[in-house]
Design a protein around this ligand. Structure first.
Ligand SMILES: Cc1cc2nc3c(=O)[nH]c(=O)nc-3n(C[C@H](O)[C@H](O)[C@H](O)COP(=O)(O)O)c2cc1C
Length: 366
């Protein structure tokens, strides 16, 4: 099933394999992507992926998370962004932009005046954040919508709202980060309002036919945080509001690498968010992207055959092997080489992500 054509809303994909959003750290100081990023996207698309989701892009200058992050906060960035979608289309893939705002999870010193749903005293290297005013909430909702419009104008096929991993949307959803007492905090309905309003604003900008996805942190790894029941309820609500597909993830970045589990191998720790996909599937009809430890062809096919998810999404394996989809399809490999030691982030003088666990990054030509 993995290599059959599939659909997300109006979009046809050549297979069910998705490159999950991966912060590439290949942009300059103002967020303009460097030429290396288009080359990487070309390599991933020629490696056979069906849909490439970009690394998270910041929708507003106040939302930059870390150095090297790509920006989508200004129309001036559209020409460079267009080079990215072209690089994917040139090799028969489809491309979606992940739109994000870091909120209180901005690396210290990057943003003048960090904002969050509620005031936050940070541990370094993060800076303290202050509570957003209602005017600022409206400004940022519009920034997501304008970012989605820019993605569409830049030739992308879809957008994905980042609602996971402790960034701004996830901060609004989580009682651990949102202690507001107005219409934007407290009850689940109030905590979800920011995401619901973003979805509506994005939809208004891009029109009914343009696929809009979300990556949702479906629960926090804490008894005080967002619960699985609440997360499932949110997916059902988003589906009823016209969300085209959901990618299941979880956890706040403050709880470490919870969403990026280590030491995965074929048959061990694979598909670690599958139980949550099963919970979503009971209540919502929309396509599910399952990310997190998808490594062996056998597990991918089993997940698809069970109906627990309709798409298989991977991050770390494709850093190490951008041509993994073609190799799986050709029967050259039955599993990813990735050993999930989580050493993908750049060292001091590196430009962007690369696989340092295995030592060698195989090029698609070999
Ligand atoms: C280097 C790196 C960068 C990441 N950047 C993003 C990102 O920009 N947006 C996002 O939603 N998740 C991001 N993630 C999380 C992955 O998309 C994915 O959810 C997680 O790694 C689990 O999938 P995997 O086992 O296939 O790696 C990143 C993970 C890594 C290792």
């Amino acid at each position: 099933m993995l290599f059959e054509e599939a659909h997300i809303g109006s979009l046809t994909l050549r297979n069910r394999l998705i490159r999950s959003a991966t912060a590439e750290m290949m942009a300059d100081e103002v967020g303009q992507p460097l030429p290396q990023l288009a080359s990487l996207y070309g390599r991933l698309a020629s490696g056979g992926i069906g849909l490439l989701i970009t690394g998270h892009m910041y929708v507003h200058p106040s939302g930059k998370a870390h150095p090297g992050m790509t920006g989508i906060y200004s129309d001036d960035l559209i020409p460079e962004l267009r080079a990215l979608s072209k690089a994917v289309h040139a090799h028969g893939g489809a491309a979606a932009v992940q739109i994000n705002h870091a909120g209180r999870q901005s690396r210290g010193g990057l943003v003048d005046d960090p904002i969050a749903p509620s005031a936050h005293i940070a541990t370094p290297p993060r800076s303290n954040a202050r509570e957003m005013t209602i005017d600022e909430i409206e400004t940022i909702i519009d920034a997501y919508a304008q970012a989605a419009r820019r993605a569409q104008e830049a030739g992308f096929d879809a957008v994905q709202i980042h609602a996971a991993h402790g960034y701004l949307v996830s901060q609004f959803l989580s009682p651990l980060a949102n202690s507001r007492t107005d219409a934007w905090g407290g009850s689940l309905e109030n905590r979800t309002r920011f995401l619901v309003r973003i979805l509506a604003a994005v939809r208004q900008q891009v029109g009914a036919d343009f696929p809009v996805l979300a990556k949702l942190g479906i629960r926090d790894e804490s008894s005080e945080g967002l619960t699985l029941d609440e997360g499932v309820h949110i997916v059902r609500q988003l589906a009823s509001l016209g969300l085209d597909a959901v990618e299941i993830s979880g956890g706040l970045a403050d709880t470490g690498t919870f969403n990026i589990v280590g030491d995965i191998g074929p048959g061990s720790n694979e598909a670690y968010f599958r139980p949550w996909a099963q919970a979503v599937r009971q209540v919502a009809q929309l396509p599910i992207l399952l990310v997190g430890g998808m490594r062996s062809l056998a597990t991918m096919e089993a997940v698809l055959a069970s109906g627990d998810a309709q798409f298989i999404s991977m991050c770390r394996p494709l850093i190490c092997e951008p041509d993994l989809p073609n190799r799986l399809a050709a029967g050259l490999q039955s599993a990813a080489a990735c050993v999930s030691k989580n050493r993908c982030w750049p060292r001091k003088d590196d430009l962007g992500i690369s696989c340092k666990c295995l030592g060698v990054v195989r090029s698609p030509a070999t």
